[in-house]
Design a binder for this molecule. Structure first.
Ligand SMILES: Cc1cc2nc3c(=O)[nH]c(=O)nc-3n(C[C@H](O)[C@H](O)[C@H](O)COP(=O)(O)O)c2cc1C
Length: 214
């Protein structure tokens, strides 16, 4: 068995103090998101893990790309018929998490997912490169397929079919907007005494701010 007990580091890059934080977690998220770049960046700073509760009762996390965030919430796009699509449709309580190692920060967001309007999904789909649009048509995401060949031959067929036509968004593909109800910010600190600040939505309007033990 591999022994990883010597894999450890001291976290020393920043701190998170009540005196410095805004009343609203989206403002703090915005600040942290853009600070990643200043601290050396990470590949795909907008990559996040979306965890949902499976139809089998197991939680499952997978990485997707955050495409927008604002006061309403956090938006990503996917196939509504995928495993996650079905799970989130059945149980819209999800968790998003980010780990930005260059600045030793983690953000964990619990929220309620809803499908974006057809207009929003269309708008984003239309902005994608032609090949990505075809990919959405080719792939029955999360279903068992017989081979790699299945995908390449379907792609070739669709490339011929759509050589002169625009690809329309299939109705099974679109966005999920996650409206946050609880957002936890974790800043690594020395001696494992990390800073953890949790924002919890109260009465649908106010954010309660608490410090958690690391
Ligand atoms: C960096 C990265 C970005 C990804 N972005 C997306 C995305 O935006 N939307 C998506 O549906 N899948 C994305 N995926 C693939 C998902 O992780 C996952 O394999 C896929 O959505 C099927 O998940 P499911 O079977 O649990 O539904 C991405 C994977 C990685 C590693």
């Amino acid at each position: 068995m591999s022994d990883l007990s010597d894999y450890r580091k001291s976290y020393e890059k920043s701190e998170l103090l009540e005196s410095q934080i805004p009343e609203d977690p989206i403002n703090l998220f915005n600040q942290w998101f853009y600070e990643v770049e200043e601290f050396g960046g990470v590949e795909e700073v907008n990559a996040m893990t979306v965890s949902s509760i499976g139809l089998d009762g197991f939680p499952k996390g997978r990485v997707v790309l955050l495409k927008q965030f604002n006061e309403d919430g956090f938006l990503f796009y996917t196939n509504y018929n995928s495993e996650k699509g079905k799970e989130i449709t059945q149980n819209p309580k999800v968790c998003l998490s980010f780990f930005w190692h260059s600045i030793e920060r983690q953000v964990i967001i619990k929220g309620i997912a809803e499908r974006t309007s057809a207009a929003i999904s269309d708008n984003y789909f239309d902005s994608r490169p032609h090949g990505s649009k075809l990919g959405a048509l080719v792939s029955p995401q999360s279903q068992v397929i017989p081979s790699r060949e299945y995908l390449s031959s379907k792609l070739t067929d669709l490339e011929n079919e759509y050589s002169e036509k625009e690809v329309q968004r299939p109705e099974y593909w679109g966005g999920f907007l996650i409206r946050p109800v609880c957002v936890e910010f974790w800043q690594g600190r020395p001696n494992r005494l990390h800073d953890r600040i949790r924002y919890t939505l109260e009465n649908n309007v106010d954010w309660k701010i608490e410090r958690l033990a690391p």
